[in-house]
Design a protein around this ligand. Sequence first.
Ligand code: NOJ
Length: 558
Amino acid sequence: MEKKWWQSEIVYQIYPKSFQDSNGDGIGDLNGITSRLDYLADLGITCIWISPIFKSPMADNGYDISDYFDIAKEFGTMEDFKVLMAEAKARGIKVLLDLVVNHSSDEHPWFQAALADPQSKYRGYYIFKESAERPNNWRSIFGGSVWEKLPNEDVYYYHTFHKKQPDLNWENAELREEVYQMITQWLELGIAGFRIDAITFIKKDLSFQSIEPDGVDGLAKCTKVSRNQPGIEVFLKELNERCFKPYDAVTVAEAPGVEYDQLDEFIGEDGFFSMIFDFKAADLDVVSGSEWFKPVQWKPKDLFDKFKDSQLAIQKVGWGAPFIENHDQNRATTKYLKEAEKNPKAAKALALMYFNLYGTPFIYQGQEIGMINFNREGLESFDDISSIDQYHRGMAEGLSSGEALAVINYRSRDNARTPMQWDDSQYVGFSTVAPWLAITEQSLERSVADQIHDEQSLWYFYKKLIALKKMPSCETLVYGQIAFVDLENPEVFAYRRFDEKSSYLTLVNLSNQEVEFPLENPIVDILIENGGMSLSHRHVTLPPYGATLLKETTNGNY
Ligand code: NOJ
């Protein structure tokens, strides 16, 4: 495979509302991000993905855009954005923006014009259906029907997500043209590419037939008929040809619903995108990413198998985007480590588990200091629209209010959206006033200030992992192939990254027991370990939650 510039990047995701407030309004902003670029450079980050910064009524914290060409007032101005770009460039940090074009806000002028005049061409930019009743029984991702009735007409409009996020009609060529021009305009400003939101939803089953209900509400999950539908390839190819290819832009698509045997089309040599996120490991604890009230019991082996299957499928055709956290997930410490969520050694094991998988690693803000979930006392303390919906759906499906609260406390997207913990001052260095969303830990155990000067900290561990990956002599950790080692112990994860020159072995013990791992090849170097490991000629012994990255001699047989 020909090497691409984006394969050696280390990407850090910023949720702008929660990263750093610079103007004392309790909301993070662009100048706040700029002020933390030195921090990111120090950690070793080479690229940031900033969740949406565009003008928005913030029903879904910016994933509802009302002007694609302007910056949300909470976040600053276009000038601030240009300063951020220049300062990032000065530090060798590239910038990815979030492209949200499955839907806009209902406050976007296109939608407003469509509402104001049924004859307007903008009716064609969205999906409107004339009907005296709800056109079908599809359920939206954030709850209720995908259809919302207009107040004074027998007309409904379609929304995959919230009713304040009407879907754009990709069947309309004029709309697509406007979208492409908008994308080009941002690329012209020098951004390196995009993370692309919910892109597999842009093609629907145009028959709009009702389907078999799957809940007590009589509705059926819309994903079955509105995600990755036949014909989507026409739009995705055009999008790539018109927008991304000419700029050699990197694209990381949120593309749920893509099966492994379709990966070639999506991320192969002439695929639609550079990479896509695979959510199978992230969502292993629920029946589906949008139904948290249906939990799934899992063991470490299930997690390892998800990574393994995903990686082997991706390696066959393209390039991966490994991650353990993002703004839609609960914290990885809480999810994957359970009772060990506060154990820094275990958090280091998680870091090592995924960081050298095949692909460009993504780190979500706060992951590098081991931030954990936040427990809320009642529904009124949640901001996330999805949590509120899941609470009600859970109860409709038979949970008590306490059980429903427990479900959303555990799974809420708000867990990842609490303010970044910079220090242990009253507002954790995020702001000078009470932040828009409560801080996770009132008596702070995890902060950047605590960890940044402590060579034993999780933060430092990430810094070392990043530094290793960037060392020219460790190139194999970036470009090498991956192979998984089959082990009897279901709580140990082991994989190799290798090429003709070198071989690196990652070993991770996700149990609270000591484990012994037999060595096939002599070890020449211990690149990193999280403490307490012992190495003999034939074995590595890992303490509870022990993890290590070893360089071994190659026998060329992998
Ligand atoms: C996926 C985004 O990651 C999520 O935060 C958002 O709510 C939905 N898409 C809708 O844009």
